[in-house]
Design a protein around this ligand. Sequence first.
Ligand SMILES: Nc1ncnc2c1ncn2[C@@H]1O[C@H](COP(=O)(O)OP(=O)(O)OP(=O)(O)O)[C@@H](O)[C@H]1O
Ligand SMILES: [Mg+2]
Length: 445
Amino acid sequence: MSLQPSEIDVEHFLAQKGYAICKHKVYVPGLSTGVLGKGSFGSVYKATKQGMPWAVKRMENASGLASAGLTQKEVETLRRLDGHPSIISLGEVFYEPSRDWVFIVMEFVDGGDLLLGLTKKPHLFDEALVRGMMFHISCGLAYAHEACVLHRDLKPENILLRGDMLPKIADFGLARIVGINYCQTAVGTPQYMAPEVPRADSHAPSGMYDFPADVFSLGLILRDMLSESTCMEWRLDIPVAAAERFQKWWPVGTSPGKQTETILALQREASGEVPGDRITAYQLCIELQELQKTNPMPCNLWSVQTKMPAGPPQRRMVSPEDAAEIAARNGFPKGSEVLIFVNDKWCEGIVEEISTSRCPGAAQVLYEDDDGEKVALVCPWQFAQFLRPSQWQEPGRSTNFRRSSSSKRSRSSRRTSALSTCKSAVSGAGRRLSALMRRDHLATM
Ligand SMILES: Nc1ncnc2c1ncn2[C@@H]1O[C@H](COP(=O)(O)OP(=O)(O)OP(=O)(O)O)[C@@H](O)[C@H]1O
Ligand SMILES: [Mg+2]
């Protein structure tokens, strides 16, 4: 495909900054020559400057983006991540006012992205490789978290692969550069977003989000690496035509291998519903190293040097006032008498506490079912599904309304034994109230 008029402008603007678009051997079907790919914000070009290859991302309608006025401090923060072997380093950022474009120059990587790898060559991703790759990705992420930088848009397309399969995280901090609101509306379907991240396409209340939101996305990337037939297997609403892009094509004679329970458990720990219960990126690095010691699987990536983070980021707490404000804004302040949906029925309960750390703004509800008193942590985005004001009557079931047998609880009769597993499920919706708590966890609210 020959250059379009706007592509000639791109070439011109880049030439003024000393970059030449590579027109040889860069041909992706359907895209102009020199374009490596297209994302939510614009196109990515391969260019050279003084003999060095670069990837240059051109973002359109830039005046609406925070990047046009990116502060020096923000650029410096992103620069602090430069030099980590698993993070794509940032070159320059420049604005072209006549076309309202921002150009972001990045380190160029030649092995394609992880989505392409997983779908076109799934047979390469046995557990040995998955462990090595996950180790390097989580090292990069933990390193950024230590520097207090969130990614906010982790997904397989943003993991680029070097020829030897060393993964590198791309677009670090980009959601910050472009402003999170823009990112949400532009991305449209937030398949990899943690439940606490505010969504443009939903009116459901959200909580505050922090480092665990990135870990949730990382856990879903790990799930994609371990899944047999498709990436994003948790999304059942993808139209058939679009779903093909995520399908894994196993070459004849190859098939998925076995996976250890440990790697599956790490995946679950990363993508749990309650942010404060998720493993940190730092812990994930350490656990993968340990696993490699106790149950080694050979992979060349273990000999690639990396920069280990020093530790996990500080766990942040919101003030009790802010947590109370979140819960109140979402309709269930401390002390509210509520109905909570557990084990297919509405039970009477009371909001005892509001979480400030495990899941800021979540309501700790004391309720009683047939076995006695229990406690559940309901996250803000679960309120609409699992909580109702105590006066609420289920539509169409006013005569046959199944509430729990007790009417009022006395604190002295509260059952204090630990609740080890979640048994509650919402019929129809198929979702589980996953945040049922053990009594001995309450101290970490
Ligand atoms: N630094 C890079 N080196 C080599 N190829 C890259 C680089 N950055 C991006 N690409 C290629 O360009 C494609 C498009 O990237 P882009 O970031 O614009 O879109 P995306 O990652 O699919 O979505 P998003 O806009 O949400 O990040 C990538 O999938 C990848 O193939
Ligand atoms: Mg990207």
